[in-house]
Design a protein around this ligand. Structure first.
Ligand SMILES: NC(=O)c1ccc[n+]([C@@H]2O[C@H](COP(=O)([O-])OP(=O)(O)OC[C@H]3O[C@@H](n4cnc5c(N)ncnc54)[C@H](O)[C@@H]3O)[C@@H](O)[C@H]2O)c1
Ligand SMILES: O=C(O)[C@H](O)[C@H](O)COP(=O)(O)O
Length: 343
């Protein structure tokens, strides 16, 4: 009899759904759940998943040095959309599949983005804090109707944000390396990054973190921002240079900032706690019961496909990384990124 596949789930938010775990168990897997309730450090990962056949990966980092030591690993199934924490090239070299859950939390992340926009513009959480403290403090907000939203990265989530912005009666600017036709039905007018920054009252980032987007928004870009605009980042922290951001907040160039994602999670130091106009949330933009169940089932579909010797439905391909590299001028990707997997 074939031995059981060991599936280690580092994902910290499987939500309340037992369905994905039950499916894995029914397919003959032994499922181990993250005992720490947070992303794992390297030594914890090796101890927890040292004999794993499959890894369900939350927002943990999986560098080459760790991947190399997970000797039995056959598939890394990202429980989420971003795969910036995984050394894809190393996994590929070791013939380990890497999969992700595209669009699985699209609507939820777009909802949360609008929640943050509404809170920054109408000061909802501040007034909740005030009234709880016995203060009847009516803070005058800013209208969304008629304002311009600039969406940086008009992919799955950016498009869902545009759809919502249209309902709010906003003008919508978009910046993306690929300009698709479909989003224009939501009123997206494509422009350059600098023009978007100059004209938007609300700027929201929905890019992946890769070589082409790391530090994309730095001091130079923030100088273009319309004074008093607000910035939302539910994508990845590394897309914005944080020193430059601090300056823009201190000088009032940015009237507000909301961030859901950090280079290290949980962050080592209390981030932005000395700013009244910054909202900080713990990487939850995509987390609802429904999205967790959806992501869990996508993860299981991918793992079981690999277990059965089939191609997984949602692979992260070397092409993904190759595309991020060629979009950077002057960068020549290593040849291993362009060899088709089954060649
Ligand atoms: N906070 C959360 O809980 C949460 C949830 C889901 C996703 N995310 C993050 O949001 C990101 C976006 O998710 P998505 O599902 O919309 O991804 P997506 O791939 O559908 O969209 C990304 C868009 O960015 C564009 N893009 C890529 N590189 C670019 C560049 N250098 N310049 C301009 N445009 C570029 C792509 O063409 C694409 O349209 C994910 O990669 C993930 O990191 C966070
Ligand atoms: O459950 C979580 O920890 C997050 O929702 C999940 O990992 C989201 O990952 P992302 O879509 O941001 O890559």
């Amino acid at each position: 009899m074939a031995s059981k596949w060991i599936v280690c789930a580092t994902a910290v938010t499987f939500g309340r759904s037992k369905e994905p775990i039950e499916r894995l168990e029914a397919a003959g897997c032994e499922v181990r759940l993250n005992p720490y309730g947070r992303p794992l450090h390297k030594d914890e990962m090796l101890e927890f998943a040292g004999d794993a056949d499959a890894l369900i990966l939350g927002n943990d980092d999986l560098p080459a040095s760790v991947i190399r030591k997970l000797k039995k690993l056959k598939v890394i199934a990202r429980y989420g959309v971003g795969f910036d924490g995984v050394d894809i090239a190393e996994a590929r070299d070791l013939d380990i599949e890497v999969t992700y859950a595209p669009a699985a939390n699209r609507e939820e992340t777009a909802d949360f983005t609008f929640g943050l926009i509404l809170d920054l513009e109408r000061h909802i959480s501040q007034m909740v804090i005030d009234t709880r403290a016995g203060k009847w403090n009516k803070i005058t907000g800013t209208s969304l109707y008629g304002k311009t939203i600039g969406i940086i990265g008009v992919g799955q989530i950016g498009t869902a944000v545009a759809r919502r912005a249209m309902g709010f009666g906003m003008d919508i600017l978009g910046y993306d390396i690929e300009q698709r036709n479909e989003p224009t039905v939501y009123g997206v007018v494509y422009t350059t990054l600098n023009d978007l920054l100059r004209r938007s009252d609300i700027i929201t980032i929905h890019l992946p973190l890769d070589d082409s987007t790391r530090n994309l928004i730095g001091a130079r870009e923030l100088r273009f921002v319309k004074p008093g605009a607000i910035l939302i980042n539910t994508a990845r922290a590394g897309i914005v240079r944080h020193g430059a951001l601090d300056h823009a907040l201190k000088t009032g160039r940015l009237a507000g900032f909301a961030i859901d994602v950090f280079g290290q999670e949980p962050p080592e130091h209390q981030p932005y706690y000395d700013y009244d106009n910054v909202l900080v949330t713990p990487h939850v933009a995509g987390n609802t019961t429904e999205a967790s169940r959806r992501m869990g089932n996508i993860v299981v579909d991918n793992i079981l496909a690999v277990k059965d010797g089939a191609d997984p439905p949602d692979p992260v391909t070397p092409q993904h990384l190759y595309e991020s590299m060629i979009s950077m001028s002057g960068t020549t990707p290593p040849a291993k990124f362009i060899v088709p997997r089954n060649e």
